[in-house]
Design a protein around this ligand. Structure first.
Ligand SMILES: Cc1cc2nc3c(=O)[nH]c(=O)nc-3n(C[C@H](O)[C@H](O)[C@H](O)COP(=O)(O)O)c2cc1C
Length: 352
């Protein structure tokens, strides 16, 4: 059971905020595969507050199936951050999540995202202002990395911000076990997540970092004691990870990887949902990007990947679907999404 404010989830596995990806259609598919809670990609507070036009473009209407959903904000100035948070609540977001984790250089240069881990005074002002601006029944949560860098000051700042977040009434904190400087290099530090959970006691911690398979999800929950996890790269083009993790956590065997027929059905539905939101041409452009990720679980991943890479129009994208996801053909079984290469390192760390 995972509890975030008034929301109680029977399955502690959340779809992470994913810039460029976690739009309504991706969130719906994750939900249908079992994710009980999902997050919108991070949005800049300034765009929400200053321009109703930008706001309408960024925050597309939420459909009734897409709840509870978290909206996530990034910014540098407490009052503006708080004003944007209040708007997210008005727009129907069930949870407001504060981003102190983004490692993009431009974001850091503007004192936003992960930068705030080096500036606890401003970080705390933002937390206080946001909690004060959002109606009390709407939980406010925080996303952090394990520090700006590996120095002792970063470690102190991390725990200062973490403790203050809970003292200010935040409902949960997600910790990505990498530093901001690390970006996505190396392995996420799961022992650090265990330490954070021991430190906070009953408070709710979600773990993040290197969840590419259902087994990784179970292992993070078991070895760190976190209350829940957020799946990020592991669910792009792979909503089945939620179904698989649900099975394992219920004590059932791991389901077979999705067949090509099943993959084709999900891709067609994904396209239909994207088209309903963005129109068919734009949907095909987004689905080119998603298709490249879905290709990883196809029995011929390289061919399918390259077909999607070259699908620059709606017709070309649909032709890839007809050729590579033809339900009348006898295909070999689908593959499981694998780790991009660092799990071996994790096994060695775990074994050592
Ligand atoms: C393409 C991409 C976009 C991301 N966008 C966001 C975001 O908008 N907000 C956020 O808090 N984290 C974002 N993240 C970080 C992830 O939520 C997650 O913490 C990180 O990828 C570690 O998890 P993983 O190793 O399982 O992918 C993003 C990560 C990726 C790869």
């Amino acid at each position: 059971m995972l509890k975030i404010g008034p929301f109680e989830f029977d399955f502690p596995v959340v779809q992470a905020a994913l810039s460029g990806y976690s739009d309504g259609p991706m969130r719906l598919l994750a939900r249908r595969m079992g994710a009980p809670y999902t997050l919108h990609e991070v949005v800049l507070d300034k765009c929400i507050v200053m321009s109703p036009r930008a706001r309408r473009k960024l925050l597309l209407p939420l459909v009734s199936e897409d709840h509870p959903v978290g909206g996530q904000l990034m910014g540098a100035e407490p009052q503006q951050f708080a004003a944007a948070a209040a708007i997210l609540a008005e727009e129907g977001y069930d949870v407001v999540d504060i981003n102190f984790g983004c490692p993009v250089r431009k974001v850091l240069g503007r004192c936003r995202g992960g930068y705030l881990l080096s500036d606890p005074a401003t970080a705390l002002e933002i937390i206080r202002a946001v909690r004060g601006a959002v109606p009390p029944q709407i939980p406010v949560t925080l996303k952090m990395r394990r520090g700006l860098d590996d120095g002792p000051e970063s470690a102190r700042n991390f725990f200062t911000i973490l403790d203050a977040a809970f003292a200010q009434g935040l409902a949960a904190v997600t910790v990505h076990g990498r530093t901001v400087m690390q970006q996505y290099r190396g392995v996420a530090d799961w022992p650090f997540l265990a330490r954070v959970k021991r430190h906070v006691g009953d408070r709710v911690i979600l773990g993040s970092g290197d969840l590419f398979t259902a087994q990784h999800i179970v292992r993070m929950l078991e070895t760190t004691g976190v209350d829940g996890v957020t799946v990020a790269r592991g669910c792009i083009g792979n909503p089945w990870i939620f179904r698989d993790a649900r099975a394992l956590l219920a004590g059932a065997p791991l389901p077979a990887p999705p067949s090509v027929r099943e993959q084709g059905e999900v891709l067609r539905e994904h396209y239909r949902l994207e088209a309903a939101v963005h129109g068919e041409d734009w949907a095909a452009r987004r689905m080119r990007m998603f298709g490249i990720k879905y290709a990883e679980v196809h029995p011929q991943p390289k061919d399918v990947r390259s077909a999607f890479v070259n699908s620059w129009s709606k017709d070309a994208w649909l032709a890839v679907l007809d050729q590579w996801y033809d339900p009348t053909r006898a295909w070999p079984p689908g593959r499981r999404k694998t780790d991009p290469g660092e799990s071996a390192e994790r096994e060695i760390v775990a074994a050592g």
